[in-house]
Design a protein around this ligand. Structure first.
Ligand SMILES: CC(C)(COP(=O)(O)OP(=O)(O)OC[C@H]1O[C@@H](n2cnc3c(N)ncnc32)[C@H](O)[C@@H]1OP(=O)(O)O)[C@@H](O)C(=O)NCCC(=O)NCCS
Length: 247
């Protein structure tokens, strides 16, 4: 999508009992910071000004602008003045009973919004990863075993799949990397839903209860374009997932 089309773009409204996932593919990315001014706060614009690269500023502002457009579509124009951040850095909208999660990579920005559960989304641009085998050492032993048993040609895609799934869970819980990556596992196979696998007791304090019951989650990979991997997870079972990619 070109930045100048964002203002007239009609943001979808999040249904109850579902996860709304909306992606924007940013065309001519350097033009986005200026166009996002209407939908971002002075504080966010100040934050964006600290990025060295305009692409990073554009992704940050587009993510915040998209989240705000979705919240306004769901809760009305006046609902969102300034986002706050949790002690671990997850943005939230004070006074609104909905959770959202932002992710950006390459020219993609995704936001997931859920009115009934904590939600996390992660998108990654799948660049070549020559050291994928070594990177698996950061993961849960079962994930490591599964990935290293794959033929080399399949390893990279499977690694990204595993990565975005874990990251979506981490972002739903909201505690960042204080949750040890080895403390929970996902299925690394190509089945695109229900991939939360197991949790061990040593998950960081406060997360164990959320993580213990894998069956109490909705988890899904989202089809974007072939160069990207994207996953969403929410702490409530059997939610519908509504997906919209604006290009
Ligand atoms: C910040 C983190 C939550 C995700 O970061 P990331 O994948 O590098 O980047 P993304 O674009 O997907 O997400 C960044 C957004 O997450 C949100 N975020 C920041 N802290 C968060 C937290 N504790 N919980 C949930 N969301 C958070 C913010 O909206 C941020 O964007 P913004 O500052 O522009 O608003 C964190 O998990 C991290 O640093 N991860 C490092 C990567 C890693 O080792 N992953 C291993 C997975 S196998």
């Amino acid at each position: 999508m070109l930045a100048q089309h964002f203002c007239n773009w009609r943001a979808p409204s999040a249904p109850e009992k579902s996860i709304l996932c909306v992606g924007l593919e940013l065309e001519n990315i350097a033009e986005w910071p200026c166009q996002c001014a209407l939908h971002t706060s002075p504080q966010e614009q100040q934050e964006a000004g600290r990025y060295l690269h305009i692409e990073d500023a554009a992704r940050h502002l587009a993510g915040r602008a998209l989240a705000r457009r979705l919240l306004r579509a769901a809760f009305g124009q006046d609902c969102v003045a300034e986002f706050a951040r949790s002690p671990y850095g997850k943005p939230f909208c004070p006074g609104v009973s909905a959770d959202f999660s932002i992710s950006h990579s390459g020219s993609m920005v995704w936001v997931a919004l859920c009115r009934c559960a904590s939600v996390g989304i992660d998108v990654e641009s799948m660049r070549p990863l020559p050291d994928a085998a070594e990177l698996t050492s950061q993961l849960h032993p079962q994930e490591q075993k599964d990935l290293l048993s794959l033929p080399q040609a399949e390893l990279q895609t499977a690694f990204y799949r595993c990565w975005t799934r874990k990251e979506a869970i981490i972002k739903a819980v909201g505690m960042g990397l204080s949750i040890p990556l080895q403390s929970f596992s996902v299925n690394t196979g190509p089945q695109d839903s229900g991939w939360i696998a197991s949790f061990t007791a040593n998950a960081a304090q406060g997360t164990a209860t959320m993580l213990e019951d894998g069956g109490q989650w909705t988890s899904l990979d989202i089809r974007t374009t072939e160069d990207y991997q994207c996953s969403v997870a929410a702490h409530s079972p059997c939610l519908d997932v509504v997906v919209c990619l604006a290009r």
